[in-house]
Write a new protein. Structure first.
Length: 282
């Protein structure tokens, strides 16, 4: 554990260094006109503000209410687990926060930005710069190697090939996957792919990580390894985490459990003893 911690601390410094203000020669300069400029000075303790969020899907002539007025403020450094029965709307809520699916009503503030008041391109750039995402099943560009796949958010963010690859190598090193850099992602085990997926989510030093059942397809040991890694990042770099899980064994990683049922928040627990007791609930 100490070894991981040292690695992460060193890695955190390296990532912080990589994120220092770009120099004149930085290749991203040439893209300044392409991407909207960010004047980002948020010091708020609320990383994500979810206000009165509703979502209705229209299926043929039917309207189905999936989210029925969700209100949650997620504070900096929290490790929030979102739990609830299948179909209650957890992934839908994550997609709305990530800027992929528009809410029918309500507001999402991420780092004080009202993300749905902006354009689609703005959201894509914001997502790239501020949010890391770990899906249940990693998506890969098959023709690219592991390291190139990890570097993709760098290319998208307008950074040069070399800088993106260098960053990718460092994040792979941090999650213990550098020896696999030149493999094809599909040659890796599920657990290894999820570590690589985590490395990719860290590439641009996100303030906030969203994970939708990241251990859902993993064996127990790989699941624990990934959870330990995410938790170490959460604690040592104060990165806020919002994660969906069905696994009560994982509750002790969380600083807060939000329980959803049928499109509503039923419980919001921060008491550590109460959280630990949930481990024994079926
Ligand atoms: N694009 C869509 N169009 C229509 N209905 C949708 C769409 N996306 C999700 N739904 C419906 O919304 C409901 C909630 O789905 P969601 O994926 O958010 O559930 P979940 O809580 O993540 O479930 P699980 O634990 O199984 O992943 C489901 O009934 C689903 O069929
Ligand atoms: Mg889901």
């Amino acid at each position: 554990m100490d070894e991981i911690k040292n690695k992460i601390e060193a890695g955190g410094e390296r990532i912080a260094k990589m994120n220092e203000a770009p120099t004149q020669s930085d290749e991203s300069k040439s893209d300044a006109g392409f991407f909207p400029e960010f004047e980002h000075h948020s010091n708020t303790d609320i990383v994500v503000g979810i206000k009165d969020v509703e979502k209705t899907f229209v299926l043929g002539t039917n309207k189905v209410d999936i989210l029925k007025g969700i209100n949650v403020d997620i504070k900096r450094g929290e490790f929030v687990m979102l739990m609830g029965p299948s179909g209650c709307g957890k992934s839908t809520l994550l997609h709305i926060i990530y800027g992929l699916e528009a809410p029918t009503n309500g507001t999402i503030l991420v780092e004080d930005e009202d993300i749905w008041a902006h354009s689609k391109n703005w959201r894509a750039y914001f997502r790239n710069q501020f949010i890391g995402f770990i899906p249940q099943q990693a998506f890969w560009i098959k023709s690219l190697s592991v390291i190139e796949n990890v570097a993709v958010p760098g290319f998208i963010g307008g950074r040069g090939y070399r800088e993106s690859i260098e960053r990718a190598y460092k994040t792979l090193e941090i999650v213990g996957m550098k020896d696999w850099a030149h493999y094809r992602p599909f040659d890796l085990s599920g657990g290894q792919q999820q570590k690589v997926s985590f490395a990719r989510s860290l590439l641009l030093n996100p303030k906030f990580i969203i994970a939708d059942e990241p251990t859902g397809n993993l064996d127990q040991k790989s699941g624990v390894q990934l959870m330990d890694l995410i938790k170490e990042f959460n604690e040592s770099l104060n990165i806020t985490v919002l994660m969906v899980t069905h696994n009560p064994d994982q509750v002790n990683y969380a600083s807060r459990i939000v329980k959803m049922v049928d499109g509503k928040i039923m419980d919001d627990i921060i008491d550590k003893e109460q959280i630990n007791a949930m481990k024994h609930e079926a």
